[in-house]
Design a protein around this ligand. Structure first.
Ligand code: GLU
Length: 377
């Protein structure tokens, strides 16, 4: 595809390593009520994903479309009830997964989440660990809401916000939301031909929210509100967010070159991310791990994870998923989320990671606190 060089020049440039890509029902099942899944728009998206993976980048797809895809297998002559929609989701989910799988040589991994899963710290850590392993093994995680079990108050409700939560749990640096319009406009482009695309947003002000059809707005751009909510959630935690037109193949050729044809919401300063604040202030430590100088040096100066080898002693009674204080020479140097219980750590402390299996009989992880879940104080 030849891309107009002028277009490239005015486009926002961005760099990224780990992105969540949200693909909505209108891209998965564009043919309307009874048409099921289609490849029409996914081809360009899949090509972008493959290019990105070859560049060594990591992608997690948040895909809607289970209800839309299942609808064709469950024709009804009345509007579906909640239970009927849940049944459609159960049928459509496998079709949607198959639809994605045919584009990739890599394995596709299905992850179904509800709000409850994200609130529960133990499950949160499990989701995080699973995603990390999948990415490490070059699989493509495909996340959707677990529509079959979740109704109303247990639901995230929309996949824009689900994409934001997924980006947070996966510690992505970028969240790309595919829309069916080119990005955020200062007026509704379907009603107002003078509407201008906003190519960059540095702060989500009330004016920006109003453009998305928030309170007091007369220019509702339909579906933009949840996208702005998602952008807000992400950017506040240091994750840049893009809203692009998922039906425009040029968008994806440009994304592969690190250019955003759409709206780029820049990330807020990451020194105080919501996540590190959450870890620092909200989570109460259940114990302490005392580490040797080698480990302290690796943690503080090299951004390393904590290995069992670096553990000198362990105090307190904690479970995997609990926060623990990291101590060295009686100094409190960090705080992190333990991947092993205090009892397990007592057994593996001072040993090499490859001994964990022999000592415990299983290997839940190779490190006792992963770097992603560690803050240095
Ligand atoms: N989870 C729903 C589905 O797969 C879609 C929700 C949304 O698109 O916002 O059909």
């Amino acid at each position: 595809m030849i891309i107009n060089p002028f277009l490239k020049k005015i486009m926002q440039v961005f760099s990224w390593q780990r992105a969540v890509l949200k693909v909505g029902s209108s891209l998965i099942a564009p043919g309307g009520a009874n048409a099921g899944c289609s490849a029409q728009y996914l081809l360009a998206i899949a090509k972008f994903i493959t290019t990105a993976l070859t560049q060594g980048k990591e992608i997690i797809i948040v895909s809607s479309g289970s209800v839309a895809a299942g609808r064709s297998s469950m024709p009804l002559n009345h509007p579906p009830s909640i239970a009927e929609k849940q049944a459609m989701a159960a049928i459509g989910q496998t079709q949607m997964m198959q639809n994605w799988a045919r584009f990739f040589d890599q394995p596709c991994a299905q992850i179904l989440l509800t709000m409850d899963d994200l609130h529960d710290r133990q499950r949160y850590v499990n989701i995080q660990n699973t995603l990390r392993e999948l990415l490490r093994h070059h699989a493509i995680p495909i996340v959707n809401e677990n529509d079959t079990v979740a109704i109303n108050e247990l639901k995230v409700g929309d996949n824009d916000n689900l994409a934001a939560y997924t980006a947070l749990v996966a510690q992505a640096d970028t969240c790309i939301i595919c829309s069916d319009i080119d990005g955020l406009f200062d007026a509704d482009p379907r009603k107002n031909p003078q509407a201008n695309l906003i190519d960059k947003v540095e702060h989500i002000t009330p004016d920006i929210e109003a453009m998305a059809g928030g309170a007091g707005s007369s220019v509702g751009t339909g579906g933009m509100q949840t996208k702005i909510q998602a952008a807000q959630r992400c950017t506040a935690s240091g994750i840049q967010t893009l809203i692009v037109n998922g039906k425009d193949p040029e968008v994806f050729s440009l994304l592969a070159e690190g250019r955003c044809k759409g709206t780029l919401f820049t990330a807020q300063d990451t020194s105080n991310t919501a996540r590190s604040e959450w870890l620092k202030h909200t989570l109460k430590s259940k114990g302490r791990v005392h580490i040797d100088s080698g480990a302290a040096h690796a943690l503080v100066n090299q951004g390393a994870s904590l290995l069992p080898r670096g553990l000198v002693s362990v105090s307190g009674d904690f479970q995997p998923g609990d926060a623990v204080d990291v101590m060295h020479d009686n100094l409190h140097i960090g705080k992190g989320i333990a991947l092993f219980s205090s009892q397990e750590m007592q057994h593996i402390k001072g040993h090499h990671s490859d001994q964990i299996e022999r000592i415990l009989g299983y290997t839940p992880a190779n490190v006792v606190i992963h770097r992603d879940n560690l803050i240095i104080l």
